[in-house]
Design a protein around this ligand. Structure first.
Ligand SMILES: [Zn+2]
Length: 253
């Protein structure tokens, strides 16, 4: 299948650029990636402390409500003491009173613990927020810059998509099918570059290999690819082989 290799190479490069541009549009550009990650990390630390503070507050409120309930019960039981007539009833009531007193004690301990936790969390939160302020300012500045750049990236995405369909117009259907299948089967790289294997031995013939799987490629095949743009799949990884003179100027011709 001679003649279409150039278009296929251009198509693969277009697809690579397109997916990079789309990724950028969905996330942040490379130049602010590091700051973005740092910002996310610090922010999630603050969120975690916020959550701890909220949980402590919730535990405190729940325990206070439980204490109030238990105290009501205690008053009710204590009012009954004078009305008791048998020793058995008295024993049972004392047991109830002990249980409810235990509940109050436990609840009070939770309230104290929660207050301590809340205080620690609030201090930590203040400290983290203080530290975060500078970073957040820088992040907002970069975000504004990125927002200003976004339309250009969106434009790039649409022009790359146009280029993709234009390239597909000139590539025969069966080759596209092969290409698309390879794209799906591989990590979206249907092509593999052929490169010369450098050897230290003198007078040894040059040998060539697929840079993806390192399987050997016969010199005759290299010549065919180079001179006729023949579509040849690597015998091992099945990717379509191509030659890049810029990267590898020593291919045989
Ligand atoms: Zn290969």
């Amino acid at each position: 299948m001679p003649g279409h290799l150039e278009s296929i190479v251009a198509l693969q490069r277009t697809l690579n650029d397109l997916s990079a541009a789309k990724r950028q549009l969905d996330g942040v550009p490379e130049w602010m990636q590091e700051l973005h990650e740092e910002h996310q990390k610090r922010k999630s630390e603050i969120d975690a402390v916020d959550e701890a503070a909220e949980q402590a507050g919730k535990n405190r409120r729940e325990s206070e409500a439980a204490i109030a309930d238990a105290q009501q019960k205690l008053e009710h039981y204590q009012a009954q003491v004078s009305k008791i007539s048998t020793q058995r009833e008295y024993g049972a009531l004392l047991k109830e009173i002990d249980t409810v007193k235990q509940e109050i004690g436990d609840g009070e301990q939770i309230v104290v613990d929660s207050l301590e936790k809340l205080e620690v969390a609030e201090k930590e939160r203040d400290r983290l927020r203080e530290e975060f302020r500078d970073l957040d300012e820088r992040y907002k500045t970069e975000l504004t810059k990125w927002e200003a750049e976004k339309p250009a990236v969106a434009k790039k995405v649409s022009s790359l998509a146009t280029r993709e369909s234009k390239l597909r117009e000139v590539v025969p259907r069966n080759i596209q099918t092969l290409f698309d299948r390879l794209v799906q089967r591989t990590d979206a790289q249907a092509l593999a570059r052929v490169a010369k294997v450098t050897t230290m031995r003198k007078n040894s013939n040059a040998s060539w290999h697929c840079t993806d799987c390192h399987y050997q490629v016969r010199p005759q095949v290299v010549v065919e690819i180079r001179n006729q743009g023949t579509l040849v799949q690597c015998e091992s990884c099945k990717r379509i082989l191509y030659i890049d003179d810029a990267e590898d100027p020593n291919t045989p011709s």
